[in-house]
Design a protein around this ligand. Structure first.
Ligand code: AMP
Ligand code: MG
Length: 585
């Protein structure tokens, strides 16, 4: 059912004991908010109170003057050899991890289309007042260097759509520097769409409004859904014309350049290691691996003889968990190439991604993906492919015995994924403990959903919102997704299995079950039509819908009146079915 190769079903690498609550990063920050998900927020005031309450303890001493905000690439530059060639001329680069490269300022008046208060205050220690300054706009669009910044472009390669593509690299991204915040967390700040680098190949180094808006909102929405992801601090639009053939049909149009300031703990990818292995730069491969392990896998000891194997096991485990989380929220990345798969197992490089409306394992968000290689149901299998490529990259550093052990670890990937997906879907259905029927309950529901083209997020949400008596009486007047589902001949059987299963949870209250389910089943996800509607307005310099979506998607598990008015939990409009998203960005 999950399109995983069934042959890879043995060595059990135990799934970690990560619970559903841990999955929800948002709930970490605001436990009390998660207890009150029933609240129907009546307006801006109460929402603002909730958001502000997160930061009450930390708003003091935020940086108000950008001259005091310093980033640095010294650590990265000290750790690795840097490309000796200067300038942004496109070239094949060898024997280094980074090239020095300066952003090219965007032309025309700049507009701050969106900014993330959560990122600015919570990760960068910046007071929102800084967003009022002209300098801020220049810093976050590549027009001026942040104090301390010596921008870099990263050299990496990758397998694209199954084939080795050679050198890729940051073709339109600049790593401005690292910032260690007052909690002691280090974040890497990167501009995307900031101009050419040595890795731009035939590209212009730019990104347009539609793709930047999608990355900004998409990554922030994923964070608040509890899925590990890069973050987005800001989104700036310009008047610089950027030519794009959006659907590769010869219809080239002048769009407008935009830049997103995005953050990750690390931007290294599977392709970062692959290129070094492919070109036989084994000392550098070892150096990069040691660096990644030391910085991001502190539990793996640097003098351990099996450290690369331990690292590989962690990436296999964490990638399985990440993709299971994607599946559980109906997210399809769209371009699961090895250059877009993070070594620290976060979601990166948002392109033609999509949240599925109707449940369909064959859902392919990217119209350029003719074969459906990266359909939502195949992502887990693609994860296996990508991890196999990672193992190939590591092989030169592993003994024969370690390679065999790593192969066994990889074979355990399917079990890790299945265990996690089972856990996640059980939580989506409010099921506690283990019951022999659980697999059947999940599988039959998904089958009925697929047959009836039931809406993925709202089916689970409405199951969470309905009381057991409502479910029993099939009282679905307020539940359009369940109404669709109930037209299926097997729905009654499924419902009775489900209700009986719930009734066996003797210590569970129905209200508790509902609250638990509402905490993992979002009422709002960034559906394509919602992003499209915001894009159309943004292209006319109206950013109100970006702000609305950004606000709403930062509380996806809480019913909000402004979201209801906008129809974000309603049946998607008919025109949504005709929408297409391509790789062009
Ligand atoms: P993506 O599909 O965005 O992950 O990009 C794949 C590769 O193409 C990466 O090396 C990107 O940096 C590069 N790339 C994509 N778009 C552009 C562009 N407009 N200009 C330069 N390089 C680009
Ligand atoms: Mg990419």
């Amino acid at each position: 059912m999950w399109c995983l190769p069934e042959v890879v079903l043995f060595t059990v690498v135990a799934a970690t004991s990560m619970t559903i609550v841990h999955m929800l990063d948002f709930c970490h920050k605001a436990d009390s908010e998660c207890q009150i998900q029933d609240i129907f927020l009546s307006g801006q005031q109460s929402r603002a109170q909730i958001i502000n309450s997160r930061w009450n303890a930390s708003v003091l001493n935020l940086i108000q003057n950008l001259d005091h905000f310093r980033v640095s690439n010294e650590k990265l530059k000290g750790a690795f050899p840097i490309d000796e060639v200067q300038g942004n001329a496109v070239r094949t680069v060898k024997n280094c991890i980074f090239s020095e490269s300066s952003p090219t300022p965007l032309k025309g008046p700049l507009r701050l289309a969106a900014v993330s208060k959560d990122v600015l205050e919570g990760l960068l220690d910046l007071d929102m007042a800084v967003t009022q300054s002209e300098d801020f706009l220049l810093y976050i669009s590549g027009g001026q260097r942040l104090p301390g910044s010596q921008p870099l472009a990263h050299r990496y390669g990758g397998h694209q759509f199954g084939y080795w593509a050679g050198q890729l690299g940051d073709g339109r991204a600049h790593l401005l520097g690292q910032y260690t915040n007052r909690k002691g967390d280090t974040w890497e700040l990167q501009l995307k769409g900031s101009g050419k680098t040595p890795y731009s190949r035939s590209g212009d180094g730019r990104a347009v409004i539609r793709s930047s808006l999608r990355e900004f909102l998409g990554s922030e929405a994923m964070h608040f859904l509890g899925v590990p992801t890069s973050r987005a601090a800001s989104f700036v639009v310009s008047d610089e014309p950027v030519l794009r053939d959006q659907f590769y049909d010869g219809n080239v149009r002048a769009e407008r350049g935009a830049v997103v300031l995005r953050l990750a703990k690390s931007w290294f990818r599977i392709g970062s290691l692959e290129i070094l292995s492919h070109s036989g730069e084994l000392d550098l491969l070892r150096k990069l691996l040691d660096f990644v392990i030391e910085e991001h896998f502190p539990s793996i000891k640097s003098d351990h003889s099996d450290k690369y194997l331990a690292f590989y096991s962690r990436v296999v485990n964490d990638t399985a968990h990440l993709i299971a989380q994607w599946t559980s929220v109906g997210f399809a990345h769209g371009v699961c190439n090895t250059d877009n798969f993070s070594l620290v197992s976060i979601t990166i490089d948002y392109g033609p991604f999509g949240f599925m409306d109707s449940y369909n394992p064959g859902f392919v968000p990217n119209t350029s993906d003719d074969e459906g290689r990266y359909s939502v149901g195949r992502q887990a299998g693609v994860g296996f492919f990508n991890l196999d490529k990672l193992l190939d990259a590591l092989r030169p550093l592993l003994t024969a015995g370690q390679q065999q052990a790593a192969e066994r670890v990889l074979k355990g990937y399917a079990d890790i994924y299945k265990a996690r997906i089972h856990q996640l879907f059980k939580a989506k259905l409010g099921l506690l403990g283990d019951d022999v029927e659980d697999d059947d309950i999940i599988a039959l529901l998904l089958q009925v959903m697929e047959d009836t083209q039931a809406d993925f997020p709202m089916t689970f949400r409405q199951l969470s919102e309905a009381s057991a008596p409502q479910l029993h009486n099939r009282n679905f007047t307020q539940a359009w997704a369940l109404e669709d589902l109930s037209s299926h001949g097997l729905f009654a059987d499924w419902l009775s299995m489900y209700l009986q299963r719930l009734s066996r949870q003797s210590h569970d209250q129905d209200a508790t079950r509902q609250a638990r389910m509402k905490g993992v089943n979002p009422r709002y996800v960034l559906r394509n039509w919602m992003a499209e509607s915001a894009i159309r307005k943004a292209e006319m310099n109206d950013f109100s819908e970006v702000a609305l979506l950004h606000r709403i998607l930062s509380l996806p598990f809480i019913t909000q009146s402004s979201a209801e008015e906008a129809g974000y939990a309603a049946r998607p409009p008919r025109w949504a079915q005709r929408l297409k998203v391509s790789c062009s960005s």
